[in-house]
Design a protein around this ligand. Structure first.
Ligand code: IPD
Length: 282
């Protein structure tokens, strides 16, 4: 079986470089445009950072494949094949980046097909918080770390003592917002300690890995928001799954993550689905 540890080292170096580009760009004037909806934002820095990450990785690993947020927005097919594949969000929290709201991350995940019979599996994840320099890393079977310190999810099983995180997603039509707010209302009145939205799916998921919150759920995120974080949460002892409670489907644009299976099951029971389609068919 191939040892992918060199890929983790490379991903860390690239995430740090990409983070420096984001850090200096945040002080400059930004050219902002929108993609799927008026609230789905992109800047020239998203493109620049994705290009930096993909070109550097391609030079090192010419046979590997790439899924990137901005390449996908530009029409490149988003699919996992038998080839080792990097899954990249150059700036997660672009809206935060536009406003200099300090929750912005670079996310790099990597999936490989371990055996001929299995589907590609998430192998490693690197998430770099560009504002405070926090670096989250994990490799399957080798633990998850924050700035080198081992991560451990919350062991809380009682949902009434849980802090829950979510993100809004790009759709803002009244029907979608009714379901979104209804889900939040159900979780607030479950009861739970509270529900928080920070504007970056990847950093919210890192808070599950570090035990700062008990659960995360979202409809409307993408595979590049989940890939790296899923490895980090699992290696910190947590659960990442579909919003139905079944196995995670990376391309399904929905996720529930939690420190314990008990809390995950309670969250799953409260959720009414929002259909965002799939990353691999849009
Ligand atoms: C988005 C952010 C946002 C979440 C979206 C993500 P982006 O990523 O994480 O908080 O609601 O679902 O796609 O567009 O800033 O990379």
């Amino acid at each position: 079986m191939e040892d992918w540890s060199h890929c983790l080292d490379v991903a860390v170096q690239i995430a740090l470089r990409a983070g420096q580009v984001v850090q200096s760009a945040v002080k400059q004037e930004k050219q902002v445009s929108s993609k799927s909806t008026p609230t789905d934002l992109v800047t020239e820095t998203d493109h620049q950072v994705e290009e930096l990450i993909i070109s550097t990785l391609r030079e090192k690993y010419p046979t590997h494949r790439f899924i990137g947020e901005e390449s996908s927005a530009a029409g490149v097919k988003c699919e996992l094949t038998d080839d080792p594949t990097w899954i990249i969000d150059p700036i997660d929290g672009t809206c935060n980046f536009v406003h200099s709201f300090p929750m912005v991350a670079v996310s790099i995940g990597f999936a490989v097909r371990k055996e001929k019979i299995s589907a590609p599996q998430l192998e490693l994840g690197v998430i770099y918080h560009c504002f405070d320099g926090t670096l989250y890393t994990a490799r399957k079977g080798h633990g998850a770390f924050c700035n080198g310190v081992r991560l451990q999810v919350s062991k809380e099983k009682d949902v009434s003592k849980a802090l829950i995180l979510t993100e809004i997603g790009a759709k803002r039509d009244p029907a979608t917002l009714d379901i979104f707010l209804g889900n939040m209302k159900k979780l607030l009145s479950a009861p739970t300690h509270g529900v928080r939205i920070i504007g970056s799916s990847t950093l919210a998921l890192c808070h599950i890995a570090s035990g700062a919150a008990e659960a995360y759920y979202q409809y409307g995120l993408h595979c590049w928001d989940i890939a790296a974080a899923a490895v980090i949460i699992r290696e910190a002892g947590g659960h990442v799954m579909d919003t139905t409670g079944g196995p995670l489907d990376l391309m399904s644009r929905r996720v529930v993550a939690a420190g314990t299976r008990e809390i995950a099951d309670c969250v799953v029971k409260q959720l009414q689905p929002i259909n965002y389609g799939r990353d691999d068919t849009d």
